[in-house]
Ligand binder design. Structure first.
Ligand SMILES: Cc1cc2nc3c(=O)[nH]c(=O)nc-3n(C[C@H](O)[C@H](O)[C@H](O)COP(=O)(O)OP(=O)(O)OC[C@H]3O[C@@H](n4cnc5c(N)ncnc54)[C@H](O)[C@@H]3O)c2cc1C
Ligand SMILES: NC(=O)C1=CN([C@@H]2O[C@H](COP(=O)(O)OP(=O)(O)OC[C@H]3O[C@@H](n4cnc5c(N)ncnc54)[C@H](OP(=O)(O)O)[C@@H]3O)[C@@H](O)[C@H]2O)C=CC1
Ligand SMILES: CC(C)=CCC[C@@H](C)[C@H]1CC[C@H]2C3=C(CC[C@]12C)[C@@]1(C)CC[C@H](O)C[C@@H]1CC3
Length: 514
């Protein structure tokens, strides 16, 4: 099993690591922040021009033809290497850089960055896979629409949400990102364009169920049609502080099961304290209501705001502008930002430089020095485990015992029974909860491989799944115990994927990621 080597470090090396980790802001503030702003300005300007000129729908067919040609050229070749997207590893929204790309034929899909059309009758939006969540909310909300599920980090892409997994606080109502999709346009291993929908009449219906979680191993996604719903300008959010784990989970479960709530999320701050938040869309706030523009640059980090409500132990209601709500964890990259800019929540910093935050995740990834990466490898946990809700209490106890990292992100969602890589074939919907653990583990006994394997083993035992952007140390048989390969294996044969794309395990296991 691969993993970080237990290297003995000299005192000097330890000091250097400590210094680079704790003073990362010396590089982040003067270099990464300005670069992030430049990049943001450039992409927004480009999107504006493309949208104004309405060039995207016309250009799409040309871009697809280009991708088909690349695949056909691969098919006509010696087929000694397999295909993957050419998206550079440091651009992706996971801590790891994929090594498998080095030896594969890279198919350029990076030009697929446009929103193609919006259909207000069918209530759908058709987009290319490199479109980001930030781009979609910026486009849809002013038109009075939104995606039913908006995974919160601005730079997450539609392609990643579909071929990987996307989860958000509206999951109690809509499921995972894959469940709000209506069709996928795929370039197959033979270089043909096909459209897979969930309709029985569609000849590629099975592929529609197979694509989510398949990580680009069944074909190349070139567009997706996704449901949209009407949006209102605010979210009315109620915060319920809870002073015991039992109360927290009880409240979270009831909130997740209540049809009144559009949004349900929990943040757990210690083993016994946390806050459950429930929300629904709202028009303009009533007079005297508390309005909190949490996305503004001078506002405290969202998780710190919630922590203060937990400490005050008082139920409160706030009206939050919709886009601010969706991207509430963006400014603080959940709570990861405190390792990068420790004083970033200080009012002095927020009022002077807060407007420039957050640094772009891809640029942070690009500029992570080796010694800082070593610290992350040894101590940092980035995991999302999707667990049936009735096993959440046990899971939290295990996380507490093994890593004791807080806050924990608790995001309930509905998992319908359907074919595909996730094994949920009970015939009924089940409420799951995503337990997100992001932070440094201070426990002496923590070992990146052994501890993660322990957590993975528990998750398998309760019929849960691990999100695959994270480090996974499962063996191949363990992986197929967690995921369901029946439909997938058949699709790999049917669509000629076996020598065209790697198997999903060959893309996600720890050994192929740096
Ligand atoms: C839509 C679809 C079509 C498939 N077509 C074939 C095929 O033609 N040949 C093949 O070898 N494997 C096919 N498979 C793969 C097949 O599901 C797996 O190979 C596995 O055997 C499924 O067994 P299961 O009992 O677990 O069914 P599940 O995968 O649990 O079935 C889940 C759902 O898919 C539906 N379903 C399953 N198989 C089919 C089917 N053939 N046609 C329509 N709906 C189906 C079921 O009615 C059920 O609603 C298909 C899968 C799906 C989802
Ligand atoms: N709230 C949430 O749900 C969050 C989710 N995440 C995780 O982050 C990841 C998303 O990151 P992101 O940077 O957007 O995506 P990535 O570029 O990391 O893509 C994820 C996988 O999807 C494949 N893929 C992407 N686009 C296509 C395409 N057009 N055709 C075929 N395959 C494709 C990639 O294949 P290839 O390797 O060939 O490029 C890769 O295996 C997801 O896995 C998600 O689970 C992270 C943070 C929050
Ligand atoms: C909500 C879900 C399902 C997942 C959230 C995961 C994120 C918290 C991580 C995904 C990629 C991570 C990276 C970092 C922090 C945590 C994530 C955003 C870094 C910014 C940490 C500092 C490093 O130098 C670069 C990392 C890039 C990836």
């Amino acid at each position: 099993m691969s993993g970080p080597d237990p290297v003995e470090l000299s005192r000097w090396e330890r000091f250097l690591e400590y210094f680079l980790f704790h003073f990362r802001w010396v590089v982040v503030i003067p270099i990464v922040l300005p670069l992030s702003i430049g990049y943001e300005v450039f992409t927004n300007f480009r999107n504006f021009i493309v949208f104004t000129a309405q060039s995207a729908p016309k250009a799409h067919d040309r871009k697809v033809a280009l991708i088909k040609n690349q695949v056909k050229a691969w098919a006509a070749g010696d087929r000694t290497s397999k295909m993957c997207t050419a998206r550079s590893g440091w651009n992706t929204m996971s801590f790891r850089v994929p090594l498998y790309k080095d030896s594969m034929t890279k198919i350029r899909t990076d030009m697929l960055i446009d929103i193609l059309e919006i259909d207000p009758i069918a209530m759908t939006v058709r987009v290319e896979p490199m479109v980001t969540m930030g781009q979609l909310t910026r486009f849809l909300i002013p038109l009075g629409y939104t995606l039913p599920i908006v995974p919160e980090l601005d730079d997450l892409t539609v392609g990643g949400m579909i071929n990987g997994c996307g989860v958000e606080s509206s999951g109690r109502k809509y499921g995972l990102f894959q469940h709000i999709c209506q069709s996928y346009e795929i370039v197959t291993a033979h270089g043909e364009l096909i459209v897979a929908t969930k309709d029985k009449e569609n000849e590629h219906q099975a592929l529609f169920f197979g694509i989510p979680w398949s990580h680009g191993t069944l074909g190349l996604l070139v567009a997706a049609t996704i449901r949209i719903i009407p949006a209102k300008p605010y979210v009315r959010l109620t915060y319920y502080p809870c002073q015991s784990k039992a109360k927290l989970l009880d409240r979270l479960e009831n909130a997740a099961k209540s049809a009144d709530n559009e949004f349900v999320e929990g943040l757990q701050f210690t083993h016994d304290t946390g806050v459950v938040m429930t929300g629904f869309f709202a028009d303009s706030p009533p007079v005297n209501a508390s309005v909190n523009n949490i996305g503004r640059w001078y506002k405290p980090w969202f998780f710190e705001h919630v922590r203060s409500i937990c400490t005050a132990n008082q139920e409160i209601v706030e009206y939050i502008p919709l886009r601010d709500y969706y991207h509430r964890h963006s400014r603080s990259i959940f709570w990861e930002i405190k390792d990068l800019v420790p004083f970033g929540n200080h009012p002095l910093f927020r009022y002077t430089l807060g407007w420039a935050m957050p640094p772009k995740i891809s640029l942070l990834k690009r500029t992570t020095p080796k010694s800082v990466r070593n610290i992350y490898n040894r101590r940092h946990v980035l995991q999302d485990m999707l667990i049936p809700f009735d096993k959440a209490s046990e899971a939290i106890d295990l996380f507490h015992e093994e890593v004791e990292i807080y806050p924990l992100w608790l995001c309930p969602f509905n998992l319908p029974s359907s074919p595909g890589l996730i094994r949920q074939r009970t015939g009924t919907n089940i409420i799951y909860v995503d337990i997100g653990v992001y932070g440094s583990c201070e426990l002496e006994k923590y070992h990146p491989v052994d501890t993660t394997r322990k957590l993975e083993s528990f998750v398998r035992s309760v019929k849960g799944v691990q999100m695959l952007y994270a480090d996974t140390y499962m063996t191949l048989p363990e992986f197929w115990e967690m995921f369901d390969g029946t439909l997938y294996d058949w699709l790999r044969v049917k669509y000629g994927c076996k020598d065209a794309f790697p198997n999903v395990y060959e893309k996600i296991n720890r050994a192929v990621r740096y």
